[in-house]
Design a protein around this ligand. Structure first.
Ligand code: PGA
Length: 239
């Protein structure tokens, strides 16, 4: 994992956006797996600014939703779907044929996961996966556990995850999560892990000193990936 410490959140977002522009240059129809949450918002804003200048650059970009709050209606403002719609899909004019998504409140969550496994097998592999990290070390909604699930699955959410600002915005606690598995994530050709803010300093310190992989710390599995860049702002960096 290549680690870069940047002075500010703006620098981190700019660096991530420039990596994405280079990726898009190399592959116009790249499949971008997009995390939601507070951390990637600055990066997506820079993509939207670039779209205003050079829309053609994004004409073939494909987007995949990384994870979702289960049991919350899709149009609730707190869902990952609503986030992607306002920060990525609308600003970059990603039409439905270039967006791979799944229900937030499916009648049969296991069936929805089976459908997503098939869709990923069909459309993948992911060219670039943008990730954040939870204060408990989760990636996507792969929570610390005795063992991790490799493929797309229904996830039991950790208490710290249920305190996330998106859940507060939803006004309703998700009953479960729907998420790409760690194996799906590791199959991405490139991963950009974004870490920002003082609340992440403790977990960043752990990640940067981590010697091996353990399911109790899902982000540690990124150490196995040959092409992960980790961008950390000064506030999240070890003191
Ligand atoms: P955040 O969420 O970007 O809002 O900090 C990251 C996460 O909990 O995975």
């Amino acid at each position: 994992m290549e680690i870069t410490i940047l002075d500010t959140y703006e620098d981190l977002s700019r660096h991530a956006a420039e990596v994405l522009f280079r990726q898009l240059e190399a592959k116009k129809d790249m499949l971008l797996c997009a995390a939601t949450g507070n951390t990637p918002t600055g990066t997506y804003e820079l993509l939207a600014e670039e779209y205003a200048r050079r829309p053609q650059r994004f004409a073939d970009l494909r987007v995949l939703k990384l994870d979702e709050w289960g049991g919350i209606p899709l149009d609730n403002p707190g869902t990952c779907e609503s986030y992607l719609r306002s920060h990525v899909l609308t600003p970059l004019k990603i039409d439905p044929t270039r967006y791979i998504s799944f229900e937030s409140d499916p009648a049969d969550p296991e069936e929805e996961c089976r459908r997503m496994r098939a869709r990923l097998a069909d459309a993948g592999p992911v060219d670039c996966c943008i990730l954040g990290i939870g204060v408990n070390g989760h990636i996507a909604l792969n929570e610390p556990a005795d063992w991790l699930q490799p493929r797309f699955h229904v996830a039991q959410l950790a208490p710290t995850t249920l305190n996330h600002t998106m859940v507060t915005a939803a006004g309703k606690s998700p009953a479960y999560g729907l998420t790409m598995g760690v194996g799906d994530i590791l199959q991405s050709k490139m991963i950009i892990l974004l870490i920002s803010g003082p609340s992440k300093r403790e977990i960043t310190t752990r990640l940067l000193s981590q010697k091996g992989v353990t399911p109790g710390f899902p982000a540690s599995f990124l150490l196995l990936h040959p092409n992960t860049i980790c961008l950390v702002d000064r506030q999240a960096a070890p003191a």
